[in-house]
Design a binder for this molecule. Structure first.
Ligand code: FES
Length: 112
């Protein structure tokens, strides 16, 4: 894992937390492939991938199973729910695709 990896902001109550922004595109990578997807504000990463036809496995869509885990490479997301990932996982850049909404102008993720 490279330093300077993206972060996952799962807390809404931190004073001085960065303001929420929406990217215009989401960059998704898988192996050597790169997908640059138009982003519609409010969508989760899973919703963006599905709308664009990019395969991303999912199951519960409630933040409970971990099937949809992605890695945030750049930028940050906020998860609406998370019953799977530990604080260490989140610090390493892991995020639940079905619950993650980008909160930075740039967002880049690695798909499993
Ligand atoms: S699909 Fe179950 S946590 Fe995302």
């Amino acid at each position: 894992m490279s330093s300077g990896a993206g972060t996952t902001d799962s807390s809404d109550s931190q004073p001085g937390a960065a303001e929420t922004r929406s990217p215009s595109v989401v960059v998704m990578r898988r192996g050597g492939e790169e997908y640059i997807l138009e982003y519609h504000p409010g969508e989760t990463l899973l919703e963006t991938a599905r709308r664009a036809g990019v395969p991303l496995s999912f199951n519960c869509e409630r933040g409970e199973c971990g099937t949809c885990i992605v890695t945030v490479l750049a930028g940050a997301v906020r998860m609406r729910a998370n019953e799977v990932l530990s604080e260490d996982d989140i610090r390493e850049g892991l995020a639940l695709g079905c619950q993650s909404v980008p909160v930075t102008e740039t967002i880049e993720i690695e798909l499993p």
